[in-house]
Ligand binder design. Structure first.
Ligand code: UT7
Length: 318
């Protein structure tokens, strides 16, 4: 038995924050942001929106695309770094909002690799026959954990959600999944605050050594893509669509160049979304599916890297 993505969906909050808007908030320029990151705008959630609200719309769109109803979902996995609350999990809150009565529901915390981790986990449930239709979501509201006075991070991130339905299938589907982590890099990219005694202890905002993350990202993304294709006796040139984590256009271009994959086979959404962490891959995937770029039978590779460090890839036949 195999697992196959049978529907995708996404949701972006209405409010758009442009580079020009940011010029009025911190000492930065549209030119710096575009040339260093490729980002021109990002979406920002309303103050009263939480990650499960964004996830709800993305999930409903994915269920509609898959032609299934909430009664058909028997597993919910939510990848998020910005959960609604400490507990219950955002997956349980989403389950209730979707009106689903009883199925396993849990969150995965692997930062920007979260969706790849969640999809790999769902694949194990579905391909082993334990579940028929898994709802796998990446949803983030980074605008709540960004220091809007810190120009080195506030220009990079955005809010959004993406979702897929992973269903049982007689034909693949997901060909292989590849997950990695190295906790020795935990200080390089973190939001180190914690709650104790009713207060946030330590720095509650994102802190990042940007150039260290950049170099590490390009190195491990190339490695994990090579690992995925070689395990399937394929080559990078066989990939029809690379759907990378959307952090920085220069990371995406450098990885594609090292792999010898032309940019017209790479799905890019970072210009319009910024870095939406665990939501970025399913958001980009949904766009490329809905605009007709990704066709049945094509080879698609999803890859991401993020805080932890964590990184991984999912190779699949659409
Ligand atoms: O999702 C995974 C997590 N994150 C990432 O993948 C991000 C990975 N890193 C990056 O994308 C890039 O390293 C950044 C976009 C964060 C930074 O680009 P960079 O080319 O590595 O620039 P830099 O950090 O070396 O900074 C260059 C200069 C510095 O000034 P000095 O020291 O050269 O005078 C910064 O202070 O740019 C300055 N700078 C800015 N200037 C204008 C940093 N942020 C800004 C800004 N506007 N927003």
């Amino acid at each position: 038995m195999y697992s196959k993505i049978t529907g995708t969906g996404s949701y972006l909050p209405e409010k758009i924050l442009t580079n020009q808007d940011l010029e009025n908030m911190v000492e930065t320029s549209d030119d710096w942001i575009r040339t260093r990151t490729g980002i021109t705008q990002r979406h920002i959630a309303r103050d009263d929106q939480v990650a499960s609200d964004l996830a709800l719309y993305a999930s409903q769109n994915a269920m509609k695309a898959a032609g299934i109803s909430n009664k058909d979902i028997d597993l919910i996995i939510v990848a998020t770094t910005t959960p609604d609350m400490i507990f219950p999990s955002t997956a349980c809150i989403l389950q209730n909002k979707l009106g689903i009565e009883n199925c396993p529901a849990f969150d995965v915390q692997a930062v920007c690799s979260g969706f790849v981790y969640a999809l790999a986990t769902a694949d194990m449930f579905v391909s082993s026959g334990k579940c028929r239709n898994a709802l796998v979501v990446g949803t983030e509201i980074y605008s709540k954990i960004i220091d809007w006075n810190d120009r080195s991070t506030c220009v990079l991130f955005g809010d959004g959600a993406g979702a897929v339905i992973l269903s049982q299938s007689n034909a693949p589907g997901i060909l292989s999944t590849h997950l990695h982590a190295s906790g020795s890099y935990s200080n390089v990219l973190s939001a180190p605050g914690s709650i104790s005694g009713g207060k946030v202890q330590g720095d509650p905002y994102i802190s990042m050594e940007g150039s260290t993350v950049f170099k590490f990202a390009v190195k491990v993304l190339e490695e994990v893509v090579q690992e995925a294709v070689s395990q399937n006796n394929l080559q990078a040139a066989d990939i029809d669509w690379l759907v990378p984590h959307q952090a920085n256009i220069r990371i995406i271009q450098s990885t594609a160049k090292k792999l010898g994959i032309p940019m017209d086979k790479v799905v890019v959404a970072v210009d319009k979304h910024g870095n939406t962490s665990a939501a970025s891959i399913p958001l980009a995937l949904d766009i490329a599916v809905r605009d007709g770029r990704i066709h049945p039978g094509q080879l698609v590779l999803l890859e991401g890297v993020g805080g932890g460090f964590t990184w991984g890839a999912v190779l699949l036949r659409w």
